[in-house]
Ligand binder design. Structure first.
Ligand SMILES: Nc1ncnc2c1ncn2[C@@H]1O[C@H](COP(=O)(O)OP(=O)(O)OP(=O)(O)O)[C@@H](O)[C@H]1O
Ligand SMILES: [Mg+2]
Length: 266
């Protein structure tokens, strides 16, 4: 389990305040309040259609909310654009999207910020060298940084996407279903990578339907139900059964959390 030493003294990296988002008559987010901290792996769980992906799309600037605000570094935003989110250090890792398949690993890691030689030419050697260093640090094993991304497995692709996030000076790294459609061994590697990002001080957010995976990596588990926060737990103080109760609605709203205020949960 990742250590969470600094959490008590940390300000949230990002505060999500009363965020609302509808698609026509469908209310996807109905006043969501949630804080995310560095050095912590936060899982967001919930049934299909609970609003999980919508929430991370709002945080990463892909969707504009209808109401509420986001506070990052004490600055308040009604919405973020994708490039603003990246500048603020918020990055999302999708399993299949966002990598350029036909380009090699190093090019993907440096996409849009290639180092130049003599101010004119892309310094490919430097890109390769830096990419290798970064992937080694992350313990992501790839045949070569000159391999085209299309030949990589799902787990290796995620490793490359994480390396790119870090290269873009990401502080918060969001994973939407990182282990979906992945075998046991590959899942284990990705989970290990996620855990280590938490211990390294990143604010890590993971959406997953796999409670076994969720419990193996998270410090904190937040449940969304029908676009609302239904519970917010320290992982060590809850159980898969209890979480399932909140996901399905068998358990009452976590009134203790509401009373204490979800910003101040211990
Ligand atoms: N672009 C869109 N247009 C219309 N409705 C949408 C759109 N995106 C999401 N929704 C609706 O908003 C609700 C929340 O969807 P969301 O994708 O956030 O759920 P989720 O919790 O990620 O579900 P899943 O576990 O299936 O991925 C659903 O009812 C969904 O149909
Ligand atoms: Mg989703």
């Amino acid at each position: 389990m990742p250590q969470n030493k600094d959490r008590a003294h940390n300000e949230p990296f990002i505060r999500v305040i009363n965020i609302r988002k509808s698609f026509g008559s469908v209310v996807a987010l109905d006043g969501v309040n949630l804080d995310f901290y560095r050095g912590e792996v936060t899982a967001i769980v919930g049934d299909n259609g609970a609003g999980k992906s919508t929430l991370i799309k709002v945080i990463s600037g892909v969707l504009s909310p209808d109401g509420g605000k986001l506070i990052v570094n004490r600055k308040s935003y009604n919405f973020l654009t994708p490039s603003q989110a990246i500048e603020l250090g918020i990055s999302t890792v999708y399993q299949d999207l966002a990598l350029v398949d036909c380009r090699d690993v190093a090019t993907n890691i440096f996409l849009g910020q290639e180092p130049l030689k003599a101010g004119l030419f892309v310094d490919k050697k430097k890109m390769n060298r830096e990419s290798e260093k970064l992937l080694n640090r992350l313990k992501v094993h790839i045949p070569s940084v000159t391999t085209a991304v299309e030949f990589l497995s799902g787990g290796q692709r995620q490793g490359v996407a994480v390396a790119r996030s870090i290269n873009q000076r990401g502080k918060m790294i969001i994973f939407d279903e990182p282990t979906a459609a992945m075998g046991v061994k590959e899942s284990a590697r990705v989970l290990e990578l996620i855990r280590s990002l938490g211990s390294d001080g990143f604010a890590v957010v993971v959406i997953s339907h796999n409670l076994h995976h969720v419990f193996s990596i998270s410090n904190r588990i937040c449940v969304l139900r029908n676009g609302r926060m239904a519970g917010d737990f320290r992982a060590e103080r809850t159980s898969p059964n209890e979480i399932v109760g909140y996901i399905t609605g068998t358990n009452e709203l976590n009134t203790e959390v509401v009373k204490r205020g979800i910003f101040n949960h211990a």
